[in-house]
Design a protein around this ligand. Sequence first.
Ligand code: ZN
Length: 154
Amino acid sequence: MTVTIDGTGSRFVDEALFVADPAGGWALRGSRCDSCGTVSFPAQQSCPKCTGSAVSEIALPTRGTLWAYTIQGFPPKTPYLNADERPFRPYAVGYVNLGDEILVESRLIADDVDSLEVGDALQLVLEPIRTGDDGAVYTFAFAPSTGPETEVTS
Ligand SMILES: [Zn+2]
């Protein structure tokens, strides 16, 4: 099954990573252990802490704070998608604290990666990793929060 996220054939790189956000838009799909409350991302079939098999799917918060990060200063190895369309620029990757002891590893989108600071308010965004005649393929990233009203949309 392909998730059409904007009516043009665009889709997620892995639809198992996403779930409709009850507040609108999309959220990351996590799981919460029914026994001990441990939250996991990506969603797990069993609890990594207590090994319990009763877990519930949840939509993770779409906002968090930057917990730690690093700047990737050299291109990934081939095959590097869109090398012609999007020449390599240094980018940031880091851990985003979504509360409840949830740290999500993510690419960080920023106009100036040198401006990022631990503790920055971030929000989930959908980032195209490839575009084509049949639509774009999206993955998730986090970007500086632009305000409390902003929803995650594609
Ligand atoms: Zn557990």
